[in-house]
Design a protein around this ligand. Structure first.
Ligand SMILES: NC(=O)c1ccc[n+]([C@@H]2O[C@H](COP(=O)([O-])OP(=O)(O)OC[C@H]3O[C@@H](n4cnc5c(N)ncnc54)[C@H](OP(=O)(O)O)[C@@H]3O)[C@@H](O)[C@H]2O)c1
Length: 292
């Protein structure tokens, strides 16, 4: 793999700033930290950044892209939602016209809608890498599944379908490599963990790692949607959750892929490592949460 700092094209790209969209999110903040550790200038792209970047407001895109050489593209809320491909098409067009030479897209595995956006990035004229990722382990510690884990019961319409949860540390490491080295250009990496687990298995791993009783309860999609609505979750997000837990979780992703091995030359991190390390941070410690 090349260093990324040796050839003319890449050097120009790297001398400029890398815009990290979703830069405060689960993958983005790790990508930003990894780039900073390599001495790459980083600009965070999110609604709270300066300048702000908002997927819902195209007027914010050009200022965020000014003097940028590469972009890590993590879309919100999901490439499967209607209109995502229009946004990705417009963003890549504005980016490339403004001098962006490299795009690394975070995509969702098993989502037909996401593949339209993947193609737009591949056709953009910039160097590209696609990170087609399965469900993140960190949804249990940094997102909507944290609260149920703390509450001692995770109720989902997930059934017995097995999913090869991927660790976002692996995704971020690959993104940093793809943004700073030459060997990942033109690669579509399908990213999974090393093992298939049901959601009940995953919850059980967390239970073991924390030493706390945490149960998994199977509910119907309708029951799950009703709970989300009762918590005032916006209708778009309820639709997305239903799509993810029914269509994407229909067994289509119940096989391993070798993207992490191809990109990093090592095995992906296992869910049990994630659970052990995360338990040690105290984020699943109910007492810590109460005193916070
Ligand atoms: N979660 C998974 O299991 C999974 C699996 C495969 C693929 N993916 C894909 O990963 C991507 C990120 O999803 P995630 O769940 O991991 O979320 P995340 O990155 O943790 O989301 C939060 C980030 O998005 C920013 N953000 C939120 N709304 C925004 C908006 N309207 N405009 C600009 N930035 C916005 C937030 O910052 P501000 O609040 O400051 O704006 C924050 O930086 C999605 O495209 C998703 O499809 C997720």
């Amino acid at each position: 793999m090349g260093s990324g700092f040796t050839d003319g094209m890449t050097k120009t790209t790297h001398e400029k700033t890398t815009l990290v969209l979703g830069g405060t999110g689960k993958t983005g903040r790790r990508v930003a930290a990894g780039l900073t550790a390599r001495g790459v200038p980083v600009r965070l792209g999110s609604r709270s950044a300066d300048p702000p970047f908002d997927w819902e407001n195209e007027a914010t895109w050009e200022p965020a892209l000014r003097n940028v050489g590469s972009v890590y593209v993590s879309y919100q809320p999901d490439l499967a939602v209607p209109g995502a491909d229009d946004a990705i098409g417009s963003l890549t067009e504005i980016a490339v016209a403004g001098g962006v030479g490299r795009l690394v897209l975070l995509s969702g595995r098993g989502e037909e809608g996401a593949e339209v956006s993947e193609q737009l990035v591949q056709d953009s004229g910039a160097e590209w890498t696609i990170l087609r990722s399965t469900w993140f382990a960190q949804n249990f510690s940094e997102d909507y599944l944290l609260e149920p884990v703390l509450g001692g019961e995770v109720a989902l319409p997930a059934g017995n379908v097995r999913e090869p949860f991927v660790d976002v540390d692996d995704i971020a490491e690959i993104a940093v490599a793809a943004l700073t080295e030459d060997g990942h250009v033109g690669q579509l990496y399908e990213l999974t963990g090393p093992r298939l687990l049901t959601f009940a298995d995953a919850v059980n791993e967390i239970s073991k790692a924390t030493g706390r009783e945490i149960g998994y309860v199977q509910v119907s999609p309708e029951e799950y949607a009703a709970v989300l609505k009762a918590h005032d979750v916006p209708a778009d997000f309820v639709w997305l959750m239903n799509y993810l837990f029914t269509t994407v979780l229909d067994g289509r992703n119940a096989h391993l892929a070798d993207g992490v091995q191809r990109a990093l030359g090592r095995e992906p991190r296992d869910f049990s490592d994630y659970a052990r390390h995360t338990a040690a941070t105290g984020v699943w410690d109910v007492e810590n949460t109460r005193s916070a």
